[in-house]
Design a protein around this ligand. Structure first.
Ligand code: SF4
Length: 451
């Protein structure tokens, strides 16, 4: 794990409904297709077998994994794919009995994908094993990948990654980050900005941060005007658009600013549940919180959009990198505290920063926000990223704002550090039964009657 995790890796423009079950598997499938091609085995490949282990095997279809893998094998990426095409990939493969590995068409049967929810590979709960088979069903290339949360992918073999320069301010803990800020007399956003420039150059960094913030805004605005029913047999009604209609007629919008905050989060998560374009922040299941709090700050606190695209996102990402590095942002690994809890903490840090909080107040806001998400389990009903996920983002957005209010009323001094809370989240995740880690085998997922 590098000492510095870039904001541009934590916030990526992709598609719903899940970073670990949709975005990561699509990237893994593309990496596999490219490996088959690189080994000169593409034209000999007759079939591809895909095994989905652990959490991917348990909730894969509900989380859009099968669509994502077929699209990834075909050469599509989460950043550039057409969400409409991805949504029909699996059905199209079944109907035509064929898929394409890059531009090479091969035969396909539903049984080429197998689901192994009870087998957990040693490295991570979200395992995928791909085999390219020749006409005699002999394996030509076989590779195992892991979708480790937030769209990040690891493998049993080395994956080539772009080489990046050193950052001027590496940090692996909140304590270190605070020390650097104090010593350099800089904000967290300024430290992160210097690091990111070293990795990407200023021009690319600024344009990508703007693109990320624009994609977040667009997702909220599209979600607020889209009515209908979410995909899947649960037939969950979309409600952000109805909420927006009701709130729009209130004469003084500031009276209902909290309700707007919730509508923004629900809008994003309904877009996500529908497989639309969303920003992984830091995951898709928790994708509503960071955009909603930012949009709320812009609308109700007068924070300039350009400040959000820089200071808010960079501060949130600096805190997110600590969760990714020192605990987990994967629901399959740490439960929902790793997804919604991390996003809530990141949003609180970003909001505290753009509202003028000091570095200790920002750290305090991030700490408060996670402290009250500790132990949050993951139990999506039916394996869909809908219940409790959508409402949970709305509630966590309010928690982030409350955490900032509390922190800004103090001077930043507090007893429990952010590092302590992150470590507690990691330990709680280890102790959590696998029933509550994106398997849909416990909690609401088994107590809600599906009809
Ligand atoms: S319950 Fe939380 S971790 Fe689980 S799928 Fe929903 S948002 Fe993700």
């Amino acid at each position: 794990m590098p000492d510095y995790i870039s904001a541009l890796d934590l916030f990526t423009i992709g598609i719903g409904p899940s970073s670990s079950h949709t975005v990561g598997p699509m990237r893994a499938a593309l990496l596999f297709a490219e490996a088959v091609n690189a080994e000169g085995k593409l034209t000999q490949t007759h079939r591809v077998s895909v095994k989905l282990f652990g959490s991917l095997g348990a909730t894969g279809p509900g989380h859009g994994t099968t669509n994502a893998i077929v699209a990834g094998l075909n050469g599509q990426t989460p950043e550039t794919c057409n969400p409409d095409d991805v949504l029909v990939s699996w059905d199209k493969a079944i109907n035509t009995s064929s898929i394409a590995i890059l531009n090479h068409k091969i035969s396909f049967e539903e049984k080429d994908f197998s689901f192994q929810p009870l087998i957990r590979l040693p490295k991570h709960s979200n395992g995928l094993r791909f085999s390219a088979l020749d006409e005699n069903q002999e394996a030509l290339v076989e590779q195992t990948y892991y979708s480790v949360g937030g769209g990040f992918v690891e493998a049993d073999h080395p994956i080539s990654k772009p080489t990046r320069g050193e950052v001027p301010y590496p940090f692996i803990s909140a304590d270190q980050l605070l020390e650097i800020c104090l010593k350099e007399n800089k904000t967290i956003a300024e430290i992160a900005f210097a690091n990111e420039i070293a990795l990407h150059g200023e021009e690319q960094l600024v344009s990508k941060l703007e693109a990320i913030w624009n994609a977040m805004k667009l997702c909220i605005e599209e979600g607020l005007k889209t009515k209908g029913v979410l995909p899947g047999y649960l037939a969950v009604d979309r409600r952000a658009a109805d909420m927006a209609e009701q709130l729009s007629v209130v004469q003084d919008p500031s009276e209902v600013s909290n309700e707007w905050l919730q509508a923004y989060a629900i809008a994003v998560n309904e877009q996500n549940a529908s497989g639309r374009r969303v920003v992984t922040a830091p995951t898709n299941g928790a994708a509503g919180i960071i955009p909603a709090v930012a949009y709320w700050a812009m609308k109700f606190k007068g924070v300039d959009s350009s400040v959000i695209a820089r200071d808010y996102l960079l501060t949130a990402a600096a805190i997110g990198s600590l969760y990714k590095r020192n605990a987990s942002i994967s629901g399959a690994e740490a439960g929902c505290q790793g997804e919604v809890g991390s996003a809530c903490s990141m949003a609180a840090a970003g909001l505290a920063a753009v509202l003028g909080g000091s570095v200790p107040q920002i750290e305090n806001a991030a700490e408060i926000a996670m402290e009250h998400n500790l132990g949050l389990t993951c139990d999506p009903v039916g394996g869909f990223v809908q219940m409790p996920c959508i409402e949970r983002n709305a509630i966590a957005s309010g928690t982030a704002v409350s955490a900032v209010r509390l922190s800004l009323l103090g001077d930043g001094s507090h007893k429990i550090s952010l590092d302590t809370v992150i470590e507690t989240m990691r330990q709680t995740g280890l102790d959590m039964s696998s029933k509550y880690k994106e398997t849909s085998l416990g909690g609401l997922a088994v107590n809600v009657v599906e009809c």
